[in-house]
Design a protein around this ligand. Structure first.
Ligand code: GCW
Length: 716
């Protein structure tokens, strides 16, 4: 390419000034158009080939499908491709039937999803079988945005909200609409069809007239790509916004207030999806404030949105201050209510019993609530996995979760099958992911954090996909256009060998690496302070409730470490169906990945490897650091295969991740060593930090090139 450009210049005999000017243009333009700032996500512009599209009926979605085909067709040049809108009993809403020369669906969105699937297969070299039926696993595939009205995002690490800008900035601009459109298209391309636009810690003001106008503006744009809008609500809105004397769900005045409010919402957004509610959790108001149950609260709202076909997603993330076992509380509160919810209520349950930790067993509520619709909630934003600083591909975490066997209806009752309607006859099926989207140019902060948004959508669409396939797709779609001679088949395989496979390896290992360097062998919630970034196993300020401090979770002492949730402890194992209850209960059969989750283990306990528990723990922390160092080497070898700015950006973040991994390893091992009194195995790397230094540091800043704060972050 370079030579070609120089030859052009040589051929023309210009004055040297003109030559310089031309040189700039010739070199600058292609370079600029190649620069990849990540804004296009996995939807890179491709060199589309001509395609002859035959569409019977043209609806808004089908017009979009045509547009996408013209924009991205890389199949046979000049091929004919038919879009057919026709019901078939094999098809669920949104599903489609593929063939090499067309897509058939029973609804217009199915046609669009089918087209995205065809384009994806073309770009990733996956075959299409004629007559292949593709249905979504879940009807509602939803992103939950924890966006506040002032524009900040709770647990957001990629800039401010794309939806809200604060009271003083309510005008909807063309730039806003453009961004929302791009966001909606990205979602539709992976099958996401719903967005909850504001934080579950909801301000009552979300329902004021001005914000409902903004909701309308957002919903009008998202609808273009088949995304329904939802809101999180504050349960005490009738009192706090409406001025009523209380918000008791059984009080007729309160019910009337909600009826009026819902009517007002549906007047501006006729296809409004419904409400997401965090009630009686972490200080949020709820029906229990008035002596009512979760079912009373949820059903009151469900009855009101029912005529509009709305749903209520009611969160089971509840726990009160306790020195007993936080991990048991959601189950204890919700199981007695099974069967008491209306059919348009969905109980939204986090994947694990505590919070979105690097590794947890699945929440025992999955499969156990047999008469209630239950939806999984996973976290795309990396609150507990290195924020947007660390490269962690979460697909493997979600795959492990969705494929976990609950045994509730016999072997093979995976969480996926218990929630997608395969096992229980549910009126609705849904899944939610806490979004990692913000105003950053590349939407997600870390370039690889985009893969988590992508993976969530793909798994929500098909909960049996493997992470390997998802990683393949994402790498091909996001990076393969950055290689110059893609048309040469030899070059492509070189690209696969030197870029795709090694980068995929990083992604596939990254979550286990994060578990290793932060919380291996069943450790959980041992973060410093409320920022949930660095280690703080020692962190136990007296003023903070016990279940918000790490020692509550790790229970390290001279006799061992780990939370005894067996029959001799809190008996959380009992919430699981057999054979899991017995398997988890017995230290010899409990999977070692969950060991400290269920057991208090002596330091010299013999592990399957033959090592003592202490040595095994040291090895895991060490492995985590080594894995990140390997990621650095692998990434460095990928230079030249990826846009240079993006290369440098990922390289910089991996460096940071390596240092953080070291902090985790040293902080945890040196601290736990004060109890185990055992040496770090001689063959392992020595710590490079001092425990005292780490204990006095702000864990968010320790590797941030910021001056270290002398005392720990006090925020909680
Ligand atoms: O994980 C915790 C977070 C809170 C969050 C809460 C929840 C939105 O630390 O920031 O609040 O979970 O899921 O409600």
């Amino acid at each position: 390419m370079k030579n070609k450009r120089i030859n052009i210049l040589k051929a023309i005999n210009f004055s040297s000034v003109k030559k310089l000017f031309l040189l700039c243009i010739l070199f600058y333009l292609p370079a600029a158009s190649h620069a990849d700032n990540g804004h296009d996500l996995w939807l890179k512009n491709v060199k589309a080939l001509p395609v002859n599209i035959i569409a019977g009926k043209k609806t808004a979605a089908i017009n979009l499908a045509i547009q996408e085909l013209n924009r991205g067709w890389t199949g046979r040049s000049g091929a004919s491709f038919t879009l057919t809108l026709k019901k078939d009993k094999a098809l669920k809403t949104g599903g489609f039937i593929l063939s090499e020369n067309g897509v058939q669906a029973g609804d217009e969105w199915g046609v669009l999803y089918g087209v995205y699937e065809i384009l994806r297969r073309q770009q990733t070299g996956q075959p299409v079988q004629n007559g292949e039926v593709v249905n979504p696993s879940y009807q509602q595939r939803i992103l939950n945005h924890w966006d506040n009205l002032d524009g900040s995002i709770e647990r957001g690490y990629s800039g401010l909200s794309i939806f809200w800008k604060g009271d003083k900035n309510t005008t909807v601009t063309d730039a806003d609409k453009k961004l929302w459109m791009e966001y909606a298209r990205a979602n539709a391309s992976i099958g996401i069809n719903g967005s909850v636009l504001n934080n579950v810690n909801a301000s009552p003001q979300i329902l004021n007239a001005e914000n409902l106008q903004r909701l309308k503006a957002i919903a009008d744009v998202l609808r273009t790509y088949g995304i329904r809008s939802y809101l999180s609500i504050n349960f005490s809105s009738p009192a706090r916004l409406g001025g009523l004397k209380n918000s008791d769900p059984l009080d007729p005045a309160v019910i009337q207030w909600w009826k009026d409010k819902v009517k007002e919402i549906y007047t501006v957004v006729p296809d409004f999806g419904g409400f997401l509610v965090k009630a009686n959790s972490e200080g949020q108001p709820g029906p229990q404030d008035f002596g009512r149950t979760h079912a009373n609260g949820a059903n009151m709202l469900a009855d009101i949105v029912k005529p509009y076909k709305g749903i209520i997603m009611w969160r089971a993330f509840v726990y009160s201050p306790t020195d007993k076992d936080r991990a048991k509380q959601a189950y204890n509160e919700f199981m007695p209510l099974d069967g008491k919810f209306r059919d348009n209520v969905i109980i939204q349950v986090k994947n694990g019993p505590v919070d979105f930790q690097p590794r947890e067993p699945f929440s025992a509520l999955f499969g156990a609530m047999k008469k209630t619709t239950v939806m999984p909630e996973v976290q795309i934003t990396q609150e507990y996995l290195g924020h947007s600083e660390h490269l962690v591909f979460l697909s493997t975490l979600w795959e492990e979760f969705l494929k976990s066997d609950t045994y509730q209806e016999g072997k093979g009752s995976t969480v996926g099958r218990c929630t997608d309607g395969s096992i229980f006859n549910q009126a609705n099926t849904a899944i939610a992911g806490v979004a990692n989207v913000g105003l950053d140019t590349n939407w997600c902060g870390h370039p690889f954090a985009q893969s988590n948004w992508y993976a969530f959508g793909r798994l929500a669409w098909n909960n049996t996909l493997t992470s390997g396939q998802i990683a393949n797709e994402w790498i091909q779609l996001s990076f393969s256009n950055s290689i110059s001679n893609k048309d040469n088949p030899l070059a492509v395989s070189e690209w696969e060998r030197n870029f795709l496979l090694p980068v995929k390896q990083i992604m596939m290992e990254s979550r286990e690496a994060a578990v290793n360097y932060s919380m291996p062998l069943g450790l959980h919630h041992i973060f410093a302070g409320n920022h949930h970034f660095g280690p703080g196993p020692w962190d136990a300020p007296k003023r903070v409730r016990a279940d918000w401090t790490p020692p509550y979770y790790h229970q390290a002492a001279a006799d061992g470490i780990g939370f005894n949730r067996t029959k001799t402890g809190t008996d959380a194992v009992e919430q699981y169906h057999e054979p899991l209850a017995s398997t988890f209960n017995d230290i010899n059969t409990c999977p070692e990945i969950y060991l400290l989750w269920f057991h208090h283990v002596s330091w010299d306990h013999k592990m399957k490897s033959g090592k003592t528990f202490w040595d095994e723990l040291c090895y895991h922390y060490n492995d985590g650091v080594m894995q990140v160092r390997q990621f650095q080497k692998t990434w460095d070898a990928a230079e030249g295969y990826v846009d240079q700015d993006m290369f440098t950006e990922v390289q910089r973040r991996l460096k940071r991740q390596e240092k953080d991994a070291q902090v985790w390893k040293d902080g945890c091992l040196l601290y736990f060593q004060t109890f185990s009194k055992m040496p770090i195995p001689a063959e392992l790397e020595r710590p490079v930090y001092d425990l005292k230094f780490l204990q006095a540091s702000d864990m968010l800043r320790v590797n941030d090139n910021q001056p270290l704060l002398p005392v720990r972050n006090k925020m909680r």
